[in-house]
Design a protein around this ligand. Structure first.
Ligand code: E4P
Length: 220
């Protein structure tokens, strides 16, 4: 399973990239606004230089013509850019054209298996179903991941990867992995939570204490 970090915060991206466990980055307009960056294109250029894997950069427009022009600018920033477009008729039209030209596309704001089928037919590299936002309205986000994974596995010609988005907890990551989702995009805080277990902390404390007691050394 690939891990993308869901943030536009350069400091967080650099820190998490140094773990060697990061496969990519996703941003969206809200995350860019939160980062306080002055220049979106420059921000994406910097992120793409830190992480070699796919960096999702989202268009701002909603009409086909403007979206397509924006997408061309974003795609030129670096080889590892995945242009992010919304799951609308115009977004999928842009997706089809970009993917035919070899540009990676992340189709975002997916909330149904029907939409995920459309994204795959449009040649999306990634489809982003938002599990947390579905849970928030009393629906079952992980059930959507299950449906999409099952549908895609019925059609080997579909090459679109399921990118689980709107992740809120380590349990979301584990559930998505159990279902065989290709990617999870995870907020920095949740990536750090993945490392945590009280028995790991307790075990380390015990080993450190015993090691000091026995006076052994590894380094000369
Ligand atoms: C990622 O591509 C999405 O934009 C993101 O995961 C949305 O998460 P949220 O529902 O926490 O805003």
């Amino acid at each position: 399973m690939k891990f993308f970090v869901d943030t536009a915060d350069l400091k967080e991206i650099k820190d998490l990239a140094s773990t060697g466990l990061l496969d990519g980055v996703t941003t969206n307009p809200s995350l860019v606004a939160k980062s306080g960056a002055a220049n979106f294109v420059e921000l994406i250029r910097e992120i793409a230089a830190i992480v070699p894997g796919p960096v999702s950069a989202e268009v701002g427009a909603t009409d086909y013509e403007t979206m397509y022009e924006e997408a061309k600018v974003l795609a030129k920033i670096a080889k590892n850019i995945a242009v992010k477009v919304p799951l609308t008729p115009a977004g999928l039209k842009v997706c089809k054209q970009l993917s035919e030209n070899g540009t990676m596309v992340n189709v975002t704001l997916c909330f149904s298996a029907a939409q995920a089928i459309l994204a795959a037919k449009a040649g999306a590299t990634f489809v982003s179903p938002f599990v947390g936002r579905l849970d928030d309205i009393g629906s079952d986000g992980m059930n959507l991941i299950s449906e999409i994974c099952q549908v895609y596995s019925n059609y080997p010609a579909f090459k679109t990867e399921v990118l689980v988005a709107s992740v809120r907890s380590p349990q979301h990551v584990v559930s998505a992995a159990l279902l065989g989702a290709h990617v999870a995009t995870i907020p920095p805080k949740v990536i750090r939570q993945l490392f945590d277990h009280p028995l790991t902390d307790k075990g380390i404390a015990q080993f450190v204490a015993d090691w000091q007691k026995c006076g052994q050394k590894i380094l000369p």
